[in-house]
Design a binder for this molecule. Structure first.
Ligand SMILES: Nc1ncnc2c1ncn2[C@@H]1O[C@H](COP(=O)(O)OP(=O)(O)OP(=O)(O)O)[C@@H](O)[C@H]1O
Length: 125
């Protein structure tokens, strides 16, 4: 069973869960994003947003957490393979951070579309 196809998939899932806990425990950026996710989830219940708005919000939260997690992994690899200062390492880290920015900006725009009409209901949207 342990070496079977299903056994390997279960083992892989276990490593992924371990990785998710490592991210939450050690990565400040992920902790911040989880804090933001909790706040917008509370906001979702407070404003009683629609099902489709929940779907977009959950996609946005997952996308940012995913991008942050991959960025953290890239930073770890970069520091491991080349702990000293190097312009290429700087470039790699900046590019990885830029990917997170794309995800975060998208999430902010989605949040704007969802919440601005609830916050300013009298404005013609
Ligand atoms: N070894 C390095 N060589 C060149 N530039 C680096 C190096 N390490 C970091 N930098 C520069 O500093 C920036 C921040 O790097 P750092 O690893 O501190 O990331 P961070 O976003 O502050 O991550 P965290 O807060 O999760 O540690 C990088 O985007 C890069 O421009």
């Amino acid at each position: 069973m342990r070496d079977s196809y299903i056994g390997k998939r279960i083992k892989g899932g276990g490593y992924a869960i371990k990785g998710a806990f490592l991210l939450i425990k050690h990565e400040h950026s992920i902790q911040v994003q989880i804090g933001v996710s909790i706040i917008v989830t509370i906001a979702g219940f407070y404003f009683d947003i629609s099902k489709i708005e929940w779907i977009f919000q959950i996609i946005a939260m997952g996308m940012v957490l995913c991008a942050e997690g991959i960025n953290s992994a890239i930073e770890e690899i970069a520091d491991f393979v080349h702990p000293d200062f190097h312009s290429k390492i700087g470039y790699i880290k900046d590019v990885a951070a830029g990917a997170v920015l794309f995800a975060a900006l998208t999430a902010v725009i989605i949040a704007g579309f969802i919440y601005l009409p609830y916050i300013f209901p009298n404005y013609e949207w």
